[in-house]
Design a protein around this ligand. Structure first.
Ligand code: XMP
Length: 315
C-alpha cells in the first residue's frame, strides 16, 4: 500500500460496488475490524451495521474500551451479549483447532441470525493477509485456523467482503492512522479471545483467572512503558496452562494453576521475538499474580521462545 488515501478511496468504491443492499460488520474493536467498519460506513453508511460480540472470552474492560474506540471514530457499534452461547460451545473442548472451529462457528451462526434480523446479505470482516496465509492459504500448511477464515462453513448464507485481505498489520496501522482510528499501535487481540489463552478446558472460572492475570500483565507492562523503562512491545499477555503445581499459602499446601507470561516484539506477526523484561518487572508481575490470585495460581513462568519455532499465541 503506497498511499493510504488512495487505498481508502479504492476500498470504499469496491465495497459500494460489492454491497448493493445491507451488510453487517464483524467489529471486534481491534485495529483490523475497526478499519474495515469505518471503510464500510464510509461506503454504504447506514446500510452497514457494526456488531461487537461479547463472547465472554474478552479481556477485563474490553466492552467499555471498544465503545470508546467506536465513539472516537464515529462508528455506531452494537454490543451483542453472547457469553453463554460461546462458553457452551466450548464445553469439554481442549484441542486448539477444535476451539477455533467452535468459536468461528458460534460467530457465524450469530451473524447469520443478526443478518436475517436486519435483512443483510453481506458480512464485512477485517481479515488481513497473515490470517489467511497461516490458515492454509496458497497451498501452505495450516498453522492455525484464524476464526474469521477457517471457521466459515460451506453453507454460509452471507457473501463475504474483506477490504483488507491483501494488507499486513503495519499497513493496516498506517491506514488506521489516516482514518483517525484511536491508538492504532495498540496490541492485537486474537479473534477467539481467551479461548486460546486458556490452554485445556475453557470454563467460566478459568477464563476469569486468565482475565485477571492478563489485566495484571497489561497494567505492569504499560506502567513500565509509561515510565520509559521499555518501549511498547507488540504483544504482552498471560496464558493459563493446563498443568497444576504445588505451592504454599500460609501453612497450607495449594495444588494451584500455572500462568505463563508472554511478551513479544514483531513487525507483521509472521515472525516474533521474545522480549526480555527490564529490571524487576517479571518479579513484580509474578508477585502480583500470585498475590491477587492467591490460592488459585501458585506459579508464574516466562515464555522466552521466538516465532518460529513457536507462534505468538499458545494455541
Ligand atoms: P500467532 O499465534 O499465529 O499469531 O503467531 C499471530 C497474530 O495473530 C493474532 N491471532 C489472531 N488474530 N484471529 C485474529 O484476528 C485469530 O484467530 C488469531 N489467532 C492469533 C495473534 O494474537 C498475533 O498477533
Amino acid at each position: 500500500m503506497k498511499d493510504p488515501e488512495e487505498f481508502r478511496r479504492a476500498a470504499v468504491e469496491r465495497i459500494r460496488a460489492d454491497v448493493p443492499g445491507r451488510a453487517i460488520v464483524a467489529a471486534s474493536g481491534g485495529i483490523d475490524s475497526t478499519v474495515a467498519a469505518v471503510l464500510a460506513q464510509q461506503a454504504i453508511g447506514e446500510r452497514s451495521r457494526a456488531l461487537f460480540v461479547d463472547t465472554g472470552l474478552l479481556r477485563t474492560g474490553e466492552v467499555e474500551r471498544v465503545r470508546g474506540i467506536a465513539k472516537a471514530c464515529g462508528l455506531a457499534i452494537e454490543v451483542v451479549p453472547a457469553a453463554e452461547r460461546f462458553l457452551a460451545s466450548l464445553e469439554g473442548v481442549t484441542n486448539p483447532e477444535e476451539k477455533r472451529r467452535r468459536v468461528g462457528e458460534a460467530f457465524i451462526r450469530l451473524f447469520e441470525r443478526e443478518a436475517e434480523r436486519s435483512g443483510a446479505t453481506h458480512l464485512v470482516q477485517g481479515t488481513i493477509a497473515p490470517d489467511w496465509i497461516e490458515s492454509g492459504g496458497q497451498l501452505r500448511d495450516t498453522i492455525k485456523t484464524h476464526h474469521n477464515v477457517g471457521g466459515i462453513p460451506k453453507d454460509f448464507k452471507l457473501a463475504l467482503v474483506e477490504p483488507l485481505r491483501d494488507l499486513y498489520k503495519d499497513e493496516v496501522r498506517a491506514l488506521a492512522h489516516h482514518l483517525g482510528v484511536p491508538d492504532p499501535d495498540r496490541q492485537p487481540f486474537p479473534g477467539p479471545g481467551l479461548a486460546v489463552r486458556v490452554i485445556g478446558p475453557v470454563t467460566a472460572e478459568r477464563v476469569a483467572v486468565a482475565q485477571r492475570a492478563n489485566a495484571i500483565v497489561e497494567a505492569e507492562v504499560e506502567a513500565a512503558v509509561a515510565a520509559g523503562s521499555m518501549k511498547r512491545p507488540w504483544q504482552y499477555f498471560a496464558v493459563l496452562l493446563p498443568v497444576r503445581s504445588v505451592g504454599v499459602l500460609g501453612d497450607n499446601r495449594v495444588f494451584g494453576e500455572v500462568v505463563s507470561v508472554r511478551v513479544v516484539d514483531s513487525v507483521d506477526a509472521m515472525t516474533a521475538t521474545s522480549v526480555a523484561l527490564p529490571g524487576e518487572l517479571s518479579r513484580r508481575i509474578s508477585e502480583r499474580v500470585t498475590r491477587e490470585l492467591a490460592g488459585t495460581v501458585t506459579r508464574v513462568l516466562y515464555d522466552v521462545t521466538d516465532k518460529p519455532p513457536a507462534t505468538i499465541e499458545w494455541e
